[in-house]
Design a binder for this molecule. Structure first.
Ligand SMILES: [Zn+2]
Length: 433
């Protein structure tokens, strides 16, 4: 089943011809409208008219998250503000979010690609889609919402949280498709068993899970506990939001990336060189139809590989393997993006705490946990236990207030955290992904 059969099954030569035409078009547009690109192309000694084949894409410079921060908030927009109808943002290290803007046509494209994604996951018109992604600046909620409407399904815009109510609605409204983060789905399963709700008695058939990395083992657990087919979806707000790539329910083996709108590449994150099909590296995406904020060779920091092998579902679009991590330090804890540097900036503002810390991430049961181990100074360490406990609570509260993530603070002896000559090891991720 397809949502847009013609484009989803376009033979590769036609698909590549379309990509080249759209690539040339977007290059002309960013060159004409975005000073950043005019400057970066000039620095690389290339003009849009020099790009005569898809292989020439490699000659263009990358765009990074830092470039987006430097252009905060609207510097990379290629369309005038009068044409921007929606603004979304994602959290960043500096406290300033990364901002993206959509024209009416961008919203239209996004809706179609999410609708294609729903069909790829096995959803159809007539489904009741229980959308538990957060609505707001985060792209998850509204992205899935518009796609569900485009598909012609009934969407329940329940957003995240209040799990008991989620379960009641699921039962009473007859939800057939669930969209949320994979960890939240398992949390729902725990709540359900505490409430005496059996997923076998619900109508849920398909779950579409994304916004954080998860494993095949976790898929097995979700499918068993929620009694549904669990499908992996990929997206990021910089590129569009959810629906950039998704598994097909027929194969559940790699995520089809919608190549008539995005050109994927895999590079060595250290050297920037392009890697051949099948090799793992950093995913780089060029958006070829976006109007609001097109990005050329955007470094996603996500680690994956790419395959062009034909798929049993009949879609001709390349597949990326499930994400295995990120090439920088960003942590995703219960769907919240956390950078060690953000925690560091909280810690350094607290009296008696030394700038030596280690973040220990684990998964207890179905939920991610974060322990912040931090050294305290000699004087404080010899203080009463009561004082140390008070300090722990203060650290936990400030991190919760600043970053929205719950953690446990563990104060440790001065000089007990391992020092490094090079890049400090700030994170110990014990989650078995
Ligand atoms: Zn497929």
């Amino acid at each position: 089943m397809y949502f847009n059969e013609e484009f989803e099954t376009l033979p590769r030569p036609a698909l590549e011809a379309l990509q080249l035409k759209r690539l040339q078009n977007v290059l002309e547009r960013v060159y004409a409208n975005v000073p950043f690109y005019r400057a970066s192309f000039a620095a690389a000694g290339i003009k849009p008219s020099d790009v005569k084949s898809l292989a020439d894409l490699r000659r263009l410079p990358f765009t990074t998250k830092q470039d987006m921060r430097n252009s905060y908030p609207y510097g990379l927009f290629a369309a005038p503000m009068e044409e921007i109808v929606r603004i979304h943002a994602s959290s960043g290290t500096t406290g300033k979010p990364t901002v993206v803007g959509y024209t009416l046509k961008d919203i239209d494209t996004w809706s179609e690609l999410m609708a294609r994604s729903f069909v790829s996951a096995g959803a159809h018109k007539g489904d009741i889609i229980h959308n538990a992604y957060g609505y707001g600046l985060f792209t998850g909620g509204l992205g899935a919402h518009y796609g569900a409407e485009r598909l012609g399904a009934s969407v329940i815009p329940i957003s995240g949280g209040n799990t008991k109510r989620q379960l009641m609605i699921m039962q009473d409204f007859g939800s057939t498709v669930l969209t949320c983060t994979p960890s939240y789905s398992l949390f729902m399963a725990e709540e359900a068993s505490a409430e005496g709700v059996d997923f076998k008695n619900l109508k849920l058939r398909v779950g579409i899970f994304g916004a954080e990395p998860w494993s095949e083992a976790m898929r097995g657990e979700i499918e068993e506990k929620l009694n549904l087919a669990a499908i992996d979806i990929y997206g990021l707000s910089e590129i569009m939001g959810p629906g950039v790539a998704i598994e097909c329910i027929e194969a559940k083996k790699g995520l089809h990336i919608w190549e008539d709108h995005f050109i994927p590449e895999i590079i060595n994150p250290e050297t920037g060189e392009s890697l051949p099909e099948g090799e793992r590296g950093e995913l780089v995406i060029t958006t070829i139809t976006k109007q609001g904020i097109p990005l050329i060779r955007y470094r996603t920091r996500d680690i994956t590989s790419l395959t062009y092998e034909p798929c049993i579902c009949g879609r001709t679009h390349a597949r990326i393997t499930r994400m295995s991590g990120r090439s920088d330090d960003m942590l995703i804890i219960r769907g919240v993006n956390v950078f060690p540097s953000q925690i560091e900036s909280v810690l350094v503002g607290i009296e008696g705490v030394e700038p030596h810390y280690l973040l220990v991430v684990d998964r207890v049961g179905t939920l991610d946990t974060l322990e912040v181990q931090v050294e305290v100074n000699e004087q404080l360490f010899s203080d009463e236990v009561k004082e140390l406990q008070k300090l722990s609570r203060q650290i936990e509260k400030e991190i919760k207030d600043m970053l929205g993530v719950t953690c446990r603070a563990k104060l440790v002896e001065p000089k007990s955290i391992q020092r490094s000559e090079g890049k400090a090891k700030r994170v110990q991720d014990n989650r078995a992904l």
